[in-house]
Write a protein that binds this ligand. Structure first.
Ligand SMILES: *Cc1c(COP(=O)(O)O)cnc(C)c1O
Length: 443
């Protein structure tokens, strides 16, 4: 499989080049030349397959000839070490729980898979690699955990000062070893800009072999397709018939997750509709309405991992839909909710279902319910079910959950331990020159 930049201004790349470069040389994002499709029989028998089996089948299609069969099995075994169950709230709604990994957020899927595939290639070529990543919350924790102690790889993580929760900050700053955290005096967009500048800096590139781990890396998107398929598999196993319309509501920031959903659909997953649900950072829903993509500065909200004013995966969605607003706005619906409505939804969900949901999942659930309400018509021939993606464990937003629902989620074992450890980070101004100096001095 060859990988092409969304800007079409550079040579096609192998998978290895695409993941090690992260950003394409023309500043675009990599996508496979064609979206591979799963055999019809595979989709037909989906209920038989586990998350791991789905992961292997999909990975083979995306990178089959560059990594051996055993290599792929090894990568899947080491990255998919936790389940992605569905909790049904009612007949028509469910939560796909993507937060059972080590950092308690769905970014574990992307980060662990990427760490394993990069580790595999670095081992082959025997040249050290430096990972540079900006996080608005959960990426950093997942990346830190996924890459911890991977031989030949060092990691620098940039995060906005005051822009992440206490637990998130601990997940970034308490590993030590091959992981360094930078606390930036600025917003997530500043962090992301500094990372982008680093990748376009020829001098830095010449001195160190740099790679990204944001949702711009294609290796992050591939494993995110797995759970859409495994969610369908779980629903079929629960007795939901294949004809039933299944919609996924995706809490969205950089749009990586919903892009993976679209890729899964193009691979043949029977998905009726995808919804990108956002907080007040609504650049994408505004685009869906107006046809104009107008990035703005990000605003802080209680669902801070979605505080993105200039979602980078828009470029991928745009290309996947032939740069046609008409196609894109059919493939993906958008919806937006403010913090107050989100808090109310968390409260309602707990009261009605006894289910504690984090603010990101709550935004998705709101969009799921509003969309479902539009489908309640006597003319609707098939029943439908809407699955909201639960992207973070409620404990990661303990204070907000407590304020909204009056109870504290039980502390899972994954974080009981890091709460004991001390934060260690380097403070940075939001200047690329300062970052560059730090990176070079670490060589
Ligand atoms: C990153 C993140 C999101 C947004 O996902 P994108 O792929 O950036 O759209 C949503 N929820 C949580 C908890 C996240 O960490």
């Amino acid at each position: 499989m060859r990988y092409l930049s969304t800007r079409r201004n550079c040579e096609p790349a192998s998978f290895q080049t695409a993941i090690l470069q992260g950003l394409a040389p023309d500043g675009g994002l990599y996508l496979p030349e064609v979206i591979p499709t799963l055999p019809v029989s595979f989709i037909h028998n989906l209920r038989q397959y586990s998350l791991q089996e789905i992961g292997e089948a999909v990975t083979r299609l995306f990178i089959g000839n560059e990594i051996s069969q055993e290599g792929i099995s090894h990568i899947i075994r080491n990255s998919l070490t936790f389940p992605a169950p569905i909790t049904r709230l009612s007949e028509s709604f469910g939560i796909l729980e993507l937060f059972h990994g080590p950092s308690l957020a769905f970014k574990d899927f992307g980060a662990r898979f990427m760490a394993q595939t990069m580790g595999w290639f670095v081992e082959q070529r025997e040249e050290p690699l430096h990972i540079l990543v900006a996080t608005s919350g959960d990426t950093g924790g997942a990346v830190a955990d996924g890459f911890l102690d991977v031989p030949g790889i060092t990691v620098s993580i940039l995060y906005p000062k005051g822009g992440v929760s206490d637990i998130q900050e601990r997940q970034l700053t308490t590993h030590g070893a091959n992981i360094t955290a930078y606390q930036v005096d600025g917003t997530f967009d500043d962090c992301q800009r500094m990372v982008k500048e680093a990748f376009l800096d020829a001098d830095l590139q010449a001195k160190m072999s740099l790679s990204s781990a944001n949702s711009i890396n294609i290796a992050r998107l591939i494993p995110q397709t797995f759970y859409y398929l495994s969610a369908l598999s779980s629903l079929y196993r629960m007795g939901i018939p294949h004809e039933e319309q299944i919609t996924f509501s995706v809490p969205s920031g950089n749009l990586g997750n919903v892009t993976a959903g679209l890729i899964a659909k193009r691979m043949g997953a029977p998905i009726a509709q995808l919804i990108a649900a956002t907080n007040r950072n609504d650049t994408f829903p505004r685009y869906l309405k107006s046809g104009k993509f107008e990035p703005v500065r990000s605003q802080q909200t209680i669902s801070n991992a979605m505080d993105v004013g200039n979602p980078s995966n828009f470029e991928r969605l745009h290309i996947l839909c032939e740069r046609e607003h008409g196609i894109l706005s059919k493939e993906i619906l958008g919806d937006t909710f403010d913090d107050e409505t989100t808090r109310e939804e968390m409260r309602r969900c707990f009261k009605e279902h006894g289910y504690l949901i984090d603010p990101h999942g709550a935004v998705a659930l709101l969009a799921a319910r509003r969309h479902s309400a539009t489908l309640q018509s006597p003319l609707q021939s098939h029943p439908h079910i809407t699955i909201a993606l639960g992207t973070a464990h409620p404990i990661k937003f303990e204070r907000i959950v407590k304020e909204a629902c009056g109870v504290t989620p039980p502390i899972p074992s994954q974080i009981a331990e890091i709460l004991e450890r001390e934060k260690q980070f380097t403070s940075l101004r939001s200047s690329f020159a300062d970052l560059k100096e730090c990176l070079l001095s670490s060589l």
